[in-house]
Structure formats: structure tokens, C-alpha cells
Design a protein around this ligand. Sequence first.
Ligand code: ADP
Ligand code: MG
Length: 709
Amino acid sequence: MSSTLTLSTPLYTLSISSSYVPKLDRLQLSTVEDLLFHTPRKYLDYSRTLSITDTSDLETGQLITITGEVISKTQKPIRGKKLRIIEVTFADTTGQIKAIWFNQQFILKQAQEGTIMAVAGTLHRDGRTPSLRDAVLEPIKSNKSLLHTGRLVPEYATTKGVTSRFFRYHIASLLTSSRLQIDDYIPSHIREEYALEPLRSALRKIHFPNDNQEIKPAQYRLAFEEALLLQLSLLRQKLHLETFTATPLAFQEPEIKRFVSELPFELTDAQRKTAWEIIKDTETSLPMNRLLEGDVGSGKTIVATIALLNTALNGKQAAFMAPTEVLALQHFHRLLGLFHETSFIEVPKLAVITGSEARVSTEPELGHWTSVSRKDLVRQVENGNVHIIIGTHALISDYLRFFNLSFTLIDEQHRFGVNQRAKLQEKGMSLSPQAHTMPHLLSMTATPIPRTLALTVYGDLNVSRISERPPERKLPVTRAVTPDTREKAYAFVRSQIQNGEQAFIVCPQIEENEETGARSVFSEHARLQTNIFPEFRIAMLHGRMDREEKQEVITAFRNKAYDMLVTTTVIEVGIDLPEVNLMLIESAERFGLAQLHQLRGRIGRGGGKAYCLVFPSGKEQPERLQALEQTTDGFELAEYDLHYRGPGQFTGGTQSGYSTLRPEIFTDGDLLDKARSAARTIITEDPTLSRYSSLRTKLDRFRQTMHLE
Ligand code: ADP
Ligand code: MG
């Protein structure tokens, strides 16, 4: 007896040979749903079906399908080579045509003399005779429609041993099976309101479109549903968060004003405004979730420091997580410096914890700080002796418990996963029956997030933006250098270094790698030192050196024992060398614009006139680097990246679940707005989705594959 098939039916229960199961697993396909949602990468247009005689006046390169009887087949070796040429001749009532393959033995089996087959391939003209190349054969069966020929033929992402032909066959059998029962989990009134294709027909059209017109509505439906699921999931999360309260942190006005007035510089208007937004948010018992955006060097840290200080002045603890040890230590020492310059009687006690360091602040007469044992630090955090705890991922270790964590700050937030961010929040959560509490959260990033992307990934996140830079922190002059101007660029670099300047040379990788062909730290160091600048002292800095080695190089470079430092993007965050005014970036095509923009923000920080020379190799689109030359607006550059390189660099790259989503849900503002309002309609009607059980099931599965759990 045949049972029904649903989206959750496992593939191994179907008539798919068991040897395929592990292979499909590799493509993360294990259920009927996975298979049906394995949508084509592209289509080959074999829909032009001709009689053989009509092929005689076609140009080489046309894709066509003919139908003919196999009348003969041969194979012959090519002289001196292992290759074999296989030829099959087909005939219909109008004529004959040959199809030719190289080395594809299986064709001889497929093409049985006397059978009628559809033949789809590329027309090739040799003098006057047309023939077919790379042809695909499909037997004609009276009751079956064609899958591999004679239509728009879907092509899929494949893996060893699982071909597009496999997918076509099995997807078509599912879609035409009377046993397949697909509930459309999008409620029908939503489908009507937004003119969405029903699920079953969307799937049929995306895999086997009858013409090009059928593809768009199917794609739209599938993108809409992804956007809808994300928004539903964000909305439900928001409802959940609203059951929590945060500790209100009163604005400690006199002390904060004094701190600000004693800073060694004036805050910019943008800094004042964003600091104010944060203070306002944290004054309430609604947990803040705010993102602070600002270019490298726009002065985010000082804004965040005001909030940290205000938390400590309220007698509560704050945690500040940074992605690297260097950065964490740097924040610790900067904060120490700032706090000790103020005239407070009682300065908040600071600590820093990383994989290998544990330090706490001390009285200035004791030298400002001291190293302590990890155990000692943990104790001081736990008993509330320390107010502001800075650290790397070490902050979210299980052994660290807080006394009254009420504010969390995450620097370079895109470098952390969703789970790591959540874990830091949990350090300050209480789930007592009396009250669900959690800390206020501020995240910082220098990579401006385009609006559409923020909607997709965060829903309604509050954003503060530092849009101006401190006056003395101008961006470097940026120039793209082509191969024929490289000489001139080096002459300029030479003259600058002779005047006492120093330069960073940034390469995308440490070692040569034949596949990418990009420049590397090792080879570039050798090349510059021997061939280009033998008179200068050139050092290397990269992630494979241990911490001490790195520190030694940085110190020597700071003391001007070197003129140039060849390095990877390790300098992107946290290496504080404000006097360097020159940067050369090699193989620039390997970097996103937002990243190039961050990199150039590392120079000229001491107020000197700075230059960033960007060297693309080969395939770069010139207009991309022009954007970098012409605009200093990180926001514009991020938009550019989003459209030209996709959302990867904003969402954590290919490891994150987001990489499996359709790209338009990150860029199509109209689609997103509609999906958001559809999600709101559904949640308002039915917050727990009890009436929409298939939608709820789908949403749970979606959250799992997206790692949103
Ligand atoms: P980012 O936004 O990249 O984290 P930082 O907060 O590290 O920037 O600030 C970069 C540098 O600019 C720091 O040395 C900081 O002391 C300095 N700075 C911050 N705000 C101002 C300002 N308003 N005027 C002058 N310098 C400032
Ligand atoms: Mg910073």
C-alpha cells in the first residue's frame, strides 16, 4: 500500500538507491522538503525543438532539441591520444544529423539502435554539415513529459555521483506523485493579499518552468517565504524579550559631565548625540538592544565608555567583549588612562580577561594595573569588587559569574556569532519567578549595515550612527594603482620613507597559494626587500607568529627600527600605530570595499597626512575601486558591497545559516517591507501560531537550519 509523502518524509524511505543517501547528506538533503527546495542554479534553454532539416541553416552555438531514431553508432580512438570519439546518427522524416561526444562511453549504452530519442545539444557547423555537441539523450515515452531535453532544463548544485539528471528525475517524480501532499504553510489570506504563488505550483514552476515567465513568480514566492520566516522568527523573539526587564541605570549627570569635560578632546556632535541616545535607553527598565555604527576612528569607544562609566556609577557591573586579545588589552589600557586622568575620587575598578591574561586596575601609585591569577579575577568579578570587565571570548566562559551585570557591550559585533552574543547576555540574566531580567546590550561595528540587511538580520534593531569623524581624523587620500603606474607609486613611497614616514603593506594571505594567485606576506616581503627597496628595513607581521614575536615586531616598528611592515589584515583591528601614514594594499580584489575602508582607517590616526595605495591584480572591476577613491562614506561602500559581493561579509560568511538564503531577501527593500507587514499580521492574529500549525512546524525547522536556536 502506498502511503502519503509529506515535506518531512525522509529520503531514505523513497525509491532512491541507498548508496545515494550519504551523498545527498553531503548536500544537506535528507527529507522530501530538502529535495524540493534544492532549487536550480540555472536553466539551460533547450526549448527550441526543430526538425532535422531545419538545423541546416543554424549558426554554431545554438541550443536546440531534435527528435530522431538512432540509426547507427560508432566509436573510434583519436590517434596518439587516449580519447575516443563517439558518434551517433539520428534520423527523422526530414533528414539525418550526427551527434559527437569525446570519451563518453555511456552514450553507447543509452543510444540503442531503433529507439526514438530526444536529443538536446549545441549545434556545431563544420563547413556545411551541422552536428550536435555535448548532447543529452532522453528516450521518448508516450505518457511522460520530457525532463532533460526539449524544455528549459534545470541545472542544480551537484556533488560527486549526484548529477543534475538525478535531481530532475527524482524531483519530477515527487512533484507528479499523487502520494505527495503539500500543505501550504503560508495562510491563504496572506497569499492572496501579497499575490503569492501556492507552494506546490511554485515548486513545479521553479524546477520545471514551461517558459521564462513562470520562473519569476515562483522565485518571488520562495524568497517571500524566507523573508517571512525570518521576520516571524524575529518578531517572536522580540515578544519573548519583552517579557524581560532590565535594571534602569540613572544618568549620573554631574560625574559624566565632569568626565566629558576632562577628556583630552572635545566630543563631536555625533558622539554627544549617540551617547545621549544610549543613556536615554538605559534609563528605562526595557532592555536596550542598540547597535552603534561608525567608521573606524569615528570614536565609538569613548561613547561606549560613557555608558560603561554610567553603569559603574550606578553601582552595577558592565562587561565589554572584544574579538581579539590585542583589542581587549588595548581597551583596558585606554580606559585605565582615561579614568585616571579624571578627577574622580573613586574610579571604577577595571579588569581584563583573555585566553592568557588576567589583569585588574590598581591605585596609580601602584602602577595603575597588575596581573592576577585567573582565580583571583574570577573571585573579584563574582563578589562585585570589579565594575567594568573587559575581555575576549574568555568573558563567556562558564567559570566567570557576575555579581550584578547590567550592561553589556560588544565591540566589532559582526565578528561574533549569534550564540556568543547571546551567551554574554545570559551572564546577566535572571529567570527567577519574580522577575525575568537581562542586561542592556550595546553592540558596535565599523561595518555599516545597509538598511535592507539590518531588517533581514535584526528586524527592528535600534541603530545609533556616528556619521562625522573627529576633525583631526581625516581619511587618507586613496588611489588605485594600475600595473603601469606601480613604478611611480613606488617612487612616491620611497620619497615618503626617506622623509621619515613608515608604511604598511597589506596582503590577503600569509603564504603563496597557487589557486588564488594573490600576493602573500612571505613573497611580497622577499620581493620588496631584494628587488624594490633594498635600502629600507622591512619587517613582517602575521597571525602565524606567536604573541611575543608579534609584540616584539610591533614595538620595534613603533620605535622606528623598521621602515615598512608587510602584514595581513591582522592590523585591521586593534594595533595602535597612529604615526603610520602610508598603506599599500596588494591583491585588492580579494577584499570587500567595507574592509578596504576599515583598513585605510588604520593609518593617519596621529593627524598626519596619509595615503592609501590600492593595487588590484588582473580581474578587478575598476569602478569598484573608484568608489573607494571617491567616497569616504562607509555606508555607501557597504551598499556597494552588498549588491556586488552579496551579504556574506555582513552575516558571518559561508558558515552562517544566512548564506543559504536567497540573495534578494537582503537587498529587495520592497519584498522585505511586505514580508515584515505579513509577519506582523500573522503574529497579531495569533501570537503562538496555534491556528497555523504547519507554519509553526516550518518555522521551527527554519530556525534550526539557520542556527537561530
Ligand atoms: P573607533 O570608532 O574606531 O573604535 P576609537 O574610539 O578607537 O574609534 O577612536 C579613535 C581615536 O580617536 C582614539 O585615539 C580616540 O581617543 C580618538 N578620538 C575619539 N573621539 C575624538 C574626538 N572627538 N576628537 C579627537 N579625537 C577623538
Ligand atoms: Mg574600535
